[in-house]
Design a protein around this ligand. Structure first.
Ligand code: HEC
Length: 188
């Protein structure tokens, strides 16, 4: 329900935008890569400056210094990171995202993870392109998302206070943590 509310409020703001079939794929892929780069840069810079506990606010896609925030981002209905085991409940997947995340997990276990997972969806007669790209854990991430012995003690103490419903730890290097999800309005 919450997801649909987001979708509709974005539609209300940008009612005339729609993109051709050939445009949506590259647009989604670029936006996804830019967002991940912005988050990683924010994290690295802040961790280097003041350690993991100081960088907690930087692993948040809403706060990332996403270069497309003003131009390209305005043309997407949605760009976010979602996870089946989110730290922040607002990063829980919708139906399409949950299905793709389960598929990604299966594909990864078989060594067949795809670079992107895409689909089309019609909501209230309007067509949307849906794009997802897997996010996997690197060693660096485990300081805040890993198993108990790898977690940075100060950081995880703060995180557990801020996110009492946290399900975003216990990962090992290479695990699927979630995905970037992009939704773009399409022409008829
Ligand atoms: C300094 C601690 C810290 C580090 C390092 C960190 N994260 Fe996070 N991560 C968080 C916090 C806090 C959140 C919750 C953000 C929010 O409120 O949306 C989060 C959320 C996420 C989410 C969104 C889903 C969810 O669980 O809510 C993903 C995906 C994610 N992190 C992946 C990564 C990856 C991949 C790395 C390594 C490149 C990484 N994180 C490194 C603290 C961290």
């Amino acid at each position: 329900m919450f997801r649909f509310a987001l979708l509709f409020s974005a539609l209300f703001l940008f009612p005339a935008l729609a993109f051709a079939d050939g445009e949506v794929g590259p647009r989604a892929s670029t936006a996804s890569k830019e967002l991940m780069k912005a988050i990683n840069n924010n994290l690295l810079e802040t961790v280097n400056g003041g350690g993991f506990a100081s960088a907690i606010g930087q692993c948040d896609h809403d706060k990332a210094r996403f270069p497309a925030r003003t131009s390209q981002r305005a043309q997407l209905v949605k760009i976010a990171r979602v996870s089946l085991k989110p730290r922040n409940p607002k990063n829980a997947p919708d139906t399409f995202e949950a299905q793709q995340l389960v598929q990604m997990k299966e594909d990864l276990a078989k060594g067949e993870l795809k670079p992107r997972y895409i689909g089309k969806e019609v909501v209230n007669g309007k067509k949307y392109y849906r794009f997802m790209e897997a996010i996997r854990a690197s060693a660096f991430c485990l300081n805040c998302h890993g198993t108990e012995s790898e977690l940075d003690k100060d950081a995880i103490a703060k995180i557990r206070k801020m996110y009492p419903l946290d399900r975003g730890s216990g990962y090992r290097e290479g695990d699927l943590m979630g995905a970037v999800s992009v939704v773009i309005p399409m022409g008829d």
